[in-house]
Design a protein around this ligand. Structure first.
Ligand SMILES: NC(=O)C1=CN([C@@H]2O[C@H](COP(=O)(O)OP(=O)(O)OC[C@H]3O[C@@H](n4cnc5c(N)ncnc54)[C@H](OP(=O)(O)O)[C@@H]3O)[C@@H](O)[C@H]2O)C=CC1
Ligand SMILES: Cc1cn([C@H]2C[C@H](O)[C@@H](COP(=O)(O)OP(=O)(O)O[C@H]3O[C@@H](C)C(=O)[C@@H](O)[C@H]3O)O2)c(=O)[nH]c1=O
Length: 291
């Protein structure tokens, strides 16, 4: 099987590469691309490269993920997260390639009252109502894939944390060693998606021949302040977490009050149970310690 991996230098892309290194198989050929090697907004180059490689699957981990910056660089975010994805999906359709693509909880409204309405999280078919521009661009990317008619798997995840790149766990570990007190919001609820588990479960979905849209994140519910406290607690870092409301942490982009995703559809198809956010956090902290 031949696979093109886009966004290979990002958090999830590097986790996919780790997965392929651990599961090496002679029948598997992976072509990883960074943005320098293949810019997804260069449509003709993308079409040429894909035709030359003739992969069975394209895994798209590439995206514009700077949530606050996206409010300021609207065209750039839309070009990468939607228009380039539309082009990619058309290329997949015309070459009969299976597209695995990632999206986000930020496509949903993220209203406080949805916490009571959907205690397990938003289901896949809940109506989209992007909470910010990044969410809007990711939603348009999803819709373009569906409209293209290509074989696809769209996997929405949340609060991605893993060994590589930037994420909340690594930021907290850094701040925790530098500062005595941190202010962290406690009125935005959701759950972290652990990169290793997202990759393994994405592979399970693909091998189970799942098609369409699925949610993958950890089980349970937390907020950023509680998550930060758990990070410090499990790492024996003594720092005071001052829990604050979102109004006291102003950001360019609006963040959802509730963005938990219901993972039961994926668990049913895969026949696995996804781990609780606390167990996933302990595993990640061990990985970071040994890394
Ligand atoms: N991070 C998170 O918390 C969450 C992420 N997601 C989604 O998961 C996926 C992976 O996210 P994550 O790994 O965190 O992202 P990163 O920001 O870590 O990585 C993004 C990747 O996209 C590549 N890229 C950016 N622009 C282009 C371009 N024009 N052409 C080609 N490649 C480009 C970057 O390449 P380079 O570095 O070489 O420039 C990089 O490899 C994305 O679809 C994201 O929307 C969903 C929910 C949560
Ligand atoms: C660093 C820090 C963050 N926060 C808050 C800000 C924000 O509401 C929350 C998380 O911060 P982040 O910068 O990680 O948030 P953000 O970049 O919005 O994370 C998102 O990234 C995109 C790509 C996604 O798709 C989402 O699922 C989500 O993971 O914590 C504090 O309250 N105190 C702090 O010291």
């Amino acid at each position: 099987m031949k696979i093109i991996l886009l966004g290979a230098s990002g958090q999830l892309g590097r986790e996919w590469q780790r997965y392929f290194n651990l599961h090496t198989d002679d029948s598997l050929i992976v072509f990883p691309y960074t943005s320098g090697q293949l810019d997804l907004t260069h449509y003709e180059e993308v079409a040429r490269e894909v035709s030359a490689r003739q992969p069975n699957v394209i895994i798209n981990c590439a995206a514009y993920t700077l949530v606050d910056q996206a409010e300021l660089k609207k065209d750039k975010a839309m070009a990468i997260n939607a228009r380039a994805v539309e082009n990619l999906a058309k290329v997949c359709k015309s070459n009969d390639i299976h597209l695995i693509h990632y999206s986000t909880d930020y496509v949903f409204p993220g209203k406080e009252e949805d916490r009571k309405r959907y205690p397990r999280g938003y289901p896949e078919d809940h109506q989209a109502e992007p909470v910010n521009w990044y969410g809007q661009t990711k939603w348009e990317g999803e819709e373009a894939i569906r409209a293209s008619g290509c074989r696809h798997l769209i996997i929405r995840t949340t609060w991605l944390c893993g060994l590589y790149g930037n994420n909340f766990v690594k930021t907290m570990l850094k701040y925790g060693r530098e500062k005595e007190e941190l202010k962290v919001v406690n009125d935005q609820w959701g759950s972290p998606g652990y990169a290793d588990e997202i990759v393994a479960n994405s592979m399970n979905l693909y091998t189970a021949d799942a098609k369409g849209t699925y949610h993958l994140t950890s089980k349970g519910l937390t907020n950023w302040a509680e998550f930060a406290e758990a990070i410090f607690d499990y790492s024996n870092i003594d720092v005071n977490v001052n829990a604050i409301p979102s109004e006291e942490y102003p950001t360019e982009a609006k963040r959802p009050k509730y963005s938990k995703l219901d993972t039961s559809k994926a668990e049913k198809v895969e026949g696995v149970e996804i781990t609780d956010w606390r167990e996933g956090l302990k595993r990640l902290l061990k990985q970071l310690e040994n890394h």
